[in-house]
Design a protein. Structure first.
Length: 1024
């Protein structure tokens, strides 16, 4: 495969291709090997059995046809329906695998030929079996030719058709291999033995090789076919840098519903809060993420990175995690680059419908917390119940000021008591928390697509839709923090996700493609929480209520293209892309209120509206030139550039209440109803309760991030054993922050630099690869990290203060990996990495006292950090028989880091904290997957185990407190699949079998713990 990838670029003009019209060409494989002896019927006409190459062919008339394959052992038949137009060739590739439904690919070609390429590859040997280097392998009457390398190996990429292949070399008799049929996406193996001219002359009985005509000498050649495969293992093996991959088959088998849960299976990767990736111990500020090669806007108010739980696996074609930086990647690729590729057009028509039901013993059919809902809550859309009342922002100067006084005194500043009362009455009086019965988890999805002819070319489409609804309840969670609250809480969360996806593609010429992909993702979290406990520091009984609704939306339209241009010296490739994306995050009417010692506190009562909108415009292009400079050495020169512009608008409005002197008789006891006794509309109308404004001048902001970059790389193969990828990237970053209500604190960050990268691969044998890399990368502070705005952490409700003085972090990276491949799908690897970070940005303790320090955090540049680690990753088939396949795959990561704190951080965290690990980094990570396939009954069983070590969740103030940790956890899942027939598949899964408890600790004492329960799911997929 590696030789194939290198040599394919040597193919020359595609202008001459002899293609026969109105024929059927069939190729049958078992896995990647040809299957002979299968009887073939075309419209009940017996075509005989497939030959040793698994092939059969016949003259084809236009119309509807049925091709039937009959098994040579048990006489079972497999019909294939297709149609053909006049003067149209049809190529059918059927791939059987023990226990699995055969895969069928049907390609159609007009009389002029058109799309579709295959491969001719093999070895050129002499009579003694030694390799013949420099032999020319050429397709007769065409411009397609390559030369064999020092090992006699060659690979020729060539349009489909039938050829006579001529092999010649100085000092050897020319050999012609006639009637070589090349089908689209299929490889032909032609290994040829040449006779020297001396041998030819001797055989003819002519001394000295005289020019007397000699009789023909039989040349030896071996002709076979193979079925090229592309999966996660091949992506990792043939990547030019250190890469891990997940393909669509793994996503389906592991039963992960979104990208976040899927990435947990990758060596060195951990997922925090179900949506944020850490790669090799580094969080999102050190990771780049792309969707179809393009940057994405974020729905997160706190982080730059995209929330991975937004992307369901139903639309994902594959995920690559490139862990070593190359110059064609973003300069922020320090931990890794997460490259998400969504599905394109299918090889053939597909119509598939899926549905599933899930059961969680702690939530399904039991009482969960809830509050008043709107009519659209079931679908994840608020229909206006939580909307900010009209006119409130106009009267309150954007929620920042409300002065109740006589307008006659100051008509600008004063709001009359009557008008202020009307404002309070406008707000919905929904505060009551009650119980409702938790619904089963449900998911329904549909996929439809096809590939169709367009003259000599092809076009296709793929459409997918998904509706997913889940309920999670933490039961009776415990709080046992001696420095905070001791008590318990209940928390229920209902999540609704809607997905719409469409891809339309057009393939034309020999290797050109135009692809449009449209995506709509909508995700809603409906959260209710009630906490009861005692604040150990303040010695107060506290009862805290939270009613929260968060809608996240991602809309994207991308257009990508691939073009190849044929020049005398080789093929030039152009890849280009552009996208417009938009994200929205709407948190309407977030209500939180607190009772201290059983009495409502007006200072701890708040209703908050926040809305984020971010648009992203992205353009990029790469141009590659393949150059052959002899002796099996070649260089690919690639130059490219990109531009990304993100504009964000964030608006936040906060309101509270206050009791006037007329409201002193209101009973604020926890037993009183907020709606009926404490905050009814009447109390606002008679001026007992006032609406107050809590919004600050920096609560709302606008921002812009722009990245401009260009790069140059050279990827060179030195013979068969060495590959060197070297390059450099120039990247310019600009970030602007503007506060419409306080322009005095606007800020801007400009930074540009060169970022070099070198990656070397050594292949001492076919089975072994050694990779080494060195690079320099960067990490830019996030928008919220530099913002003056006071925001709130979605998970903890802590106040977040930005730091406008943050600086850029720079990183030196070193990588080394040893890989051994038992087969195309079995391998083991050992990797080492080291990173040195200057000015790392971390969450930090606020330099304040009291509750401001306890319930908030900020950001700071620490002095430096060092991080290193070892990764072991492998997969092996431990049992392979006619009936069973058992495989084991897994990985283990050891990661260590040390942070050199600033002097002020040492004072706040304590001097003993100097040298602590990076926040969010686990020392140990591991995964185990054990799978069994039973072919006779077409069943698949998979056991999955995931482990992560404890990781710092939050640093704390004081030498005696220590950081807060999210404790280690083992998560065990099980998936099952049963294929009843060619149309119906039954799937089942059990997630979190051990019901592992989620725990947070400080100073080795558990401060919070809860269970989310086990999740049972059964589903069916029907393919029409």
């Amino acid at each position: 495969m590696k030789r194939l990838a290198v040599c394919a670029g040597f193919a020359l003009s595609f202008s001459s291709c002899p293609v026969l019209a109105a024929n059927l060409y069939l190729m049958v494989f078992f896995g990647d090997a040809p299957l002979s002896g299968a009887t073939v019927f075309l419209d009940e006409r017996n075509l005989g059995a497939t030959d040793d190459r698994g092939s059969s062919e016949a003259v084809l008339e236009s119309g509807d046809h049925v091709l039937t394959l009959v098994d040579r052992n048990d006489n079972t038949d497999f019909p294939i329906e297709f149609s053909s137009a006049p003067q149209e060739d049809v190529e059918i590739k059927v791939t059987f695998a023990t226990g699995d439904e055969p895969q069928v690919a049907i390609r159609k070609f007009g009389v002029e030929g058109g799309l579709g390429e295959g491969f001719i590859t093999g070895k050129i040997l002499d009579a003694s079996g030694a390799a013949v280097a420099g032999a020319t392998i050429a397709a007769a009457n065409s411009n397609y030719a390559v030369t064999s390398d020092e090992f006699g190996v060659y690979a020729l990429k060539i349009p489909r058709g039938e050829y006579a292949i001529n092999i010649s070399a100085p000092g050897y008799q020319t050999v012609s291999v006639p009637d070589v049929r090349v089908m689209a996406d299929i490889g032909v193996n032609a290994t040829v033995t040449l006779r020297s001219q001396g041998e030819t002359a001797a055989a003819a009985g002519v001394a000295g090789g005289a020019s007397t005509p000699s009789p023909p000498i039989e040349e030896v050649f071996v002709l076979g076919v193979f079925n090229p495969q592309e999966n996660a293992a091949s992506v990792e093996r043939y990547a030019v840098s250190i890469t891990n991959a997940i393909d669509a088959a793994q996503l389906e088998r592991f039963g992960d519903s979104d990208i976040g849960s899927a990435l947990n299976r990758v060596v060195g990767v951990a997922i925090v809060d179900r949506k944020y990736a850490t790669v090799r111990g580094l969080d999102g500020r050190y990771i780049s993420s792309t969707l179809n090669g393009l940057l994405m806007p974020s729905t997160d108010t706190q982080r730059r990175e995209v929330e991975l739980d937004l992307f369901p696996t139903v639309i994902v074609g594959g995920i690559d995690i490139q862990k070593s930086y190359t110059a064609d990647q973003l300069a922020t690729t320090t931990g890794g680059a997460i490259q998400i590729e969504t599905k394109g057009i299918p090889d053939e028509r597909i119509l598939q419908v899926s549905g599933s039901l899930g059961y969680n013993p702690g939530a399904t059919g039991t009482d969960i917390l809830s509050y008043a809902s709107s009519n659209g809550d079931w679908a994840g859309y608020d229909t206006g119940l939580r909307k900010l009342p009209n006119g409130v922002l106009d009267v309150t100067d954007g929620g920042r000021s409300l002065t109740v006084c006589d307008p006659a005194i100051d008509p600008v500043r004063c709001t009359s008591p009557a008008e202020a009362a009307q404002l309070g009455v406008k707000f919905q009086d929904d505060y009551k928390v009650g119980d409702k019965t938790g619904l089963p988890n449900t998911e329904v999805s549909m996929a439809y697509g096809d590939r169709l002819p367009a003259g000599e070319n092809e076009w296709g489409y793929y459409l997918a839709a998904d509706f997913d609804r889940k309920t999670v309840d933490r039961g009776n969670a415990e709080l046992t923090n001696p420095l905070g609250v001791e008590g318990n809480y209940k928390r229920s969360e209902e999540t609704t996700a809607i997905t719409g996806y469409g891809a339309v593609g057009y393939e034309y010429g020999d290797a050109n493609e135009l692809m449009s992909k449209t995506m709509y993702l909508h995700n809603t979290d409906d959260i209710t929480r009630v906490e009861t406990g005692v604040d150990q520091l303040e010695d107060n009984q506290t009862d805290v209520y939270l009613l929260d609704w968060i809608e996240r939306e991602f809309i994207s339209q991308s257009l990508t293209g691939h073009n190849e241009f044929d020049f005398d010296h080789g093929i030039h490739q152009l890849d280009w892309r552009g996208a417009y994306s938009e994200t929205r995050r709407d948190e309407p009417d977030r209500r939180t209120y607190t009772y201290f010692n059983d009495f409502l506190s007006s200072s701890a009562f708040e209703r908050r509206w926040s809305k984020l909108k971010e648009t992203s415009k992205d353009l990029g292009a790469d141009y590659a030139i393949d150059l052959d400079w002899g002796s099996n050495s070649a260089t690919q020169i690639k130059v490219g550039g990109m531009w990304s512009d993100k504009d964000r608008t964030f608006d936040q409005y906060r309101f509270g209440i206050d009791f006037t002197e007329f409201g002193s008789d209101i009973d604020l006891n926890i037993d009183q109803s907020l709606e009926d006794e404490i905050l009814p509309y009447n109390n606002f109308a008679i001026n007992k309760v006032l609406l107050t404004t809590n919004t600050t001048d920096t609560d709302s902001y606008n921002s812009q991030e722009e990245i401009k970059a260009g790069y140059l790389t050279a990827n060179t193969d030195f013979g068969e054993n060495w590959t060197l990828l070297a390059g450099a990237r120039f990247e310019k970053f600009n970030q602007k922050l503007q506060y419409p209500n306080d322009p005095r604190v606007n800020s801007e960050l400009d930074y540009d630099d060169w970022y070099p990268a070198v990656n070397l691969t050594w292949r001492p044998t076919e089975e072994i690869q050694v990779r080494a890399g060195y690079s320099q990368t960067v990490s830019y502070p996030g928008i919220i990290e530099r913002s003056e705005a006071q925001t709130y952490d979605d998970k903890t409700d802590e106040r977040v203060f930005g730091n406008p003085d943050l600086e850029v972090s720079t990183i030196d990276n070193s990588d080394l990996r040893l890989e051994y491949y038992f087969s195309d799908v079995e391998s083991v690897s050992l990797a080492y990495f080291y990173k040195s970070i200057d000015n790392p940005v971390e969450k930090a303790v606020v330099d304040a006292s009291g509750s401001a320090a306890r319930n908030s955090y900020t950001f700071i540049n620490q002095e430096s950090a060092d991080l290193w680690g070892i990764e072991i990753d492998g997969t092996k088939n431990v049992l392979e028989t006619d009936d069973y396949l058992v495989f084991v795959s897994g990985n283990v990561s050891y990661i260590d880091s040390s942070v050199d704190l600033t002097a002020r951080s040492k004072e706040l965290e304590g001097s003993s904290a100097d040298g602590r690990e990076l926040q969010g980094q686990s020392q140990w990570l591991s995964n185990l997957q054990v799978g069994m396939d039973h072919y006779p009954t077409e069943q698949k069983f998979t056991l999955l185990v995931n482990y992560f070590d404890k990781r710092i969740f939050r640093v704390a103030r004081g030498a005696n407190t220590g950081p807060k940790y999210e404790d280690s956890r083992v998560i065990v899942d099980f998936t099952y699949e049963k294929e009843w027939n060619e149309n119906l598949v039954l799937e089942g899964s059990i997630k979190n079998i051990l019901n592992s408890k989620v725990e947070y600790s400080q100073n080795d004492n558990t401060i919070e713990s809860y269970n989310v329960g086990r999740f049972f799911k059964v589903g069916v997929t029907y393919t029409f």
